[in-house]
Design a protein around this ligand. Structure first.
Ligand SMILES: Nc1ncnc2c1ncn2[C@@H]1O[C@H](COP(=O)(O)OP(=O)(O)OP(=O)(O)O)[C@@H](O)[C@H]1O
Length: 245
């Protein structure tokens, strides 16, 4: 479903993402984990056609995310790390606007927006301006925007970063519901609890390099570590730092 083929990004001499090769299967929830500055957002921006790869490519449904960016966007819902909305549009208007951008007529856009506002618990705030939304509400609105066209794939950059425990659980439950409907989810995070609860497989990226991939058990075995994902993650990224130093 998602195929990274030696995808890489350099900024001058700096290798933000070293050649990355990886397959994510249809219906899988894949956690892309890494510490700050590891290269997660850079990778996701290349998947969304926002950044041009220095070499290699990434395919979604066999479409090149750079060359076929428009067609890819029809199949993909994207939640950026910091969702930005027009401050003086109301929640409902934002969703309708996104639906119309996807080509739905006015009536269908309205119906889809109403359904998602309800599903995401935003009906009461539907007529409020986005500028007055809390961070949790913004993330929920962002997710609703990402799902408005029933995408087969969701690409999420830090979907619960900065949320309080209730809002965080809320978003995770909605992601699990999407996964249960068969949506393929590629989610970047440095919040390991979430990855442990949500993901079928994870990849750990550190200093722009994929240093481990697999189920939690497989990653544990690769790291010769036991215990929580946090322990495995710390061991892998520490060992790598020591190695790099
Ligand atoms: N436009 C740019 N020019 C130069 N370096 C950049 C640019 N954008 C990102 N970088 C660098 O590339 C590296 C990877 O950044 P990226 O934002 O992808 O990390 P991240 O894993 O998403 O981190 P975080 O969890 O902090 O968001 C960082 O060292 C960053 O400073």
């Amino acid at each position: 479903m998602i195929a990274f083929e030696a995808l890489a990004k350099n900024y001058g001499e700096f290798h933000a993402v070293h050649p990355l090769s990886l397959q994510v299967r249809r219906g899988e929830v894949f956690g892309f984990l890494g510490p700050n500055g590891a290269g997660k957002t850079t990778t996701i921006r290349m998947m969304m056609g926002i950044l041009v790869p220095s070499s290699g490519r990434v395919l979604i449904d066999q479409l090149d995310c750079h060359a076929d960016a428009t067609e890819v966007k029809r199949r993909v819902g994207y939640l950026p790390d910091t969702p930005v909305f027009y401050d003086y549009l109301r929640g409902r208007e934002i969703l309708q606007f996104v639906a119309e951008m996807h080509g739905y007529g006015r009536a269908e856009a309205r119906a889809r927006s109403a359904r998602l506002l309800e599903e995401f618990g935003l009906q009461e705030a539907a007529e409020d301006y986005a500028v007055n939304y809390s961070l949790g509400m913004k993330k929920r609105l962002g997710l609703a925007c990402a799902l408005i066209h029933d995408p087969a794939v969701l690409i999420l950059d830090e979907p619960i970063n900065g949320l309080d425990p209730r809002a965080s659980r809320d978003v995770q439950e909605r992601l699990l519901a999407a996964a249960a409907r068969g949506v393929t989810i590629f989610v970047s995070t440095h919040l390991l609890d979430m990855a442990e609860k949500l993901c079928d497989r994870v990849g750990i990226i550190h200093h722009g390099q994929l240093v481990a991939t697999g189920t939690l058990d497989e990653v544990r075995a690769q790291a010769s570590a036991s215990g929580s994902l946090e322990e495995v993650f710390l061991k892998i990224t520490d060992a790598d730092s020591a190695h790099a130093a």
